[in-house]
Design a protein around this ligand. Structure first.
Ligand code: UDP
Length: 235
């Protein structure tokens, strides 16, 4: 196995499966099975999940809602997804802990870095909910921040495309995929991997990002074992 401690970032939208919003239980189960394949190998797994399938702060603001209020709603949405993922993982027999950036003591531990690391060392999957706990950030930023804090080897950004392309492959048929790209090249070419805050935080801390297709069976395992899947961004 190439990586020993990973931070897996999943978007909220990925949980919708074929639905228009909310959570598709079948998709959730698929993800739990994928994650089990790597925890069975002794890989330490931390997860940050988005909330876009339920609520996005910007969407609220565009309808006249206070942006900060909307962002807090978005952070709560990530907690709903985190709880759903936690129970799907537990169904697979995986030990988990959920830590929230906003105190919700009845349902999650508060985020405590040292405790999170200890859980990982004991083989528990740690889910980080409520993003960074701050409005105007995204769960991509939360993923990078937590990955740095727990000294993860890599961020695995599970998406529905199989990597970073020269152009949007869903719109441009001539787009070609990169196997490897540097942070500088992503900037120069104006490609979108994560939002700028998350991206530069990752670059400054020399934390590699792998973008890969999480919906393809066995892919998470392949990435972790070091197979050339998706696109890797490094310094
Ligand atoms: N959010 C926030 N601070 C954070 C993380 C998330 O305010 O640190 C809010 C923000 O409103 C965002 C929403 O939570 O739109 C859902 O997160 P995100 O859009 O990153 O989810 P994804 O696109 O990955 O599903």
């Amino acid at each position: 196995m190439k990586y020993k401690r990973i931070l897996l970032k999943l978007s909220g939208e990925a949980l919708m499966g074929s639905r228009q919003h909310g959570i598709d239980p079948a998709r959730l189960k698929e993800y739990a099975t994928e994650i089990k394949q790597v925890t069975d190998k002794g890989i330490q797994v931390a997860i940050v999940i988005g909330g876009g399938n339920i609520f996005r702060g910007v969407a609220g603001a565009s309808n006249g809602m206070d942006r900060v209020q909307g962002d807090y709603m978005g952070m709560l949405a990530t907690m709903i997804n985190s709880l759903a993922l936690q129970s799907a993982l537990e169904e697979e027999g995986i030990h988990t802990r959920l830590q929230s950036a906003i105190t919700m003591e009845a349902i999650a531990e508060p985020f405590i870095r040292r405790r999170a690391v200890r859980h990982l060392e004991k083989g528990r999957v740690v889910i980080f909910g409520a993003g960074t706990g701050n409005p105007y950030f995204t769960t991509d930023s939360a993923a990078v921040l937590r990955a740095i804090e727990i000294t993860a080897d890599v961020i695995l950004k599970g998406t529905r495309v199989d990597g970073i392309y020269t152009a949007d492959p869903e719109k441009d048929a001539s787009a070609s995929k990169f196997d490897h790209i540097t942070f500088d090249e992503v900037m120069e070419k104006g490609l979108k991997v994560m939002d700028m805050t998350a991206f530069t935080l990752s670059q400054e801390n020399k934390l590699p990002i792998i973008v890969f297709d999480m919906n393809k069976k066995g892919n998470l395992f392949r990435v972790v074992s070091g197979e050339n899947v998706g696109t890797i961004v490094t310094n």
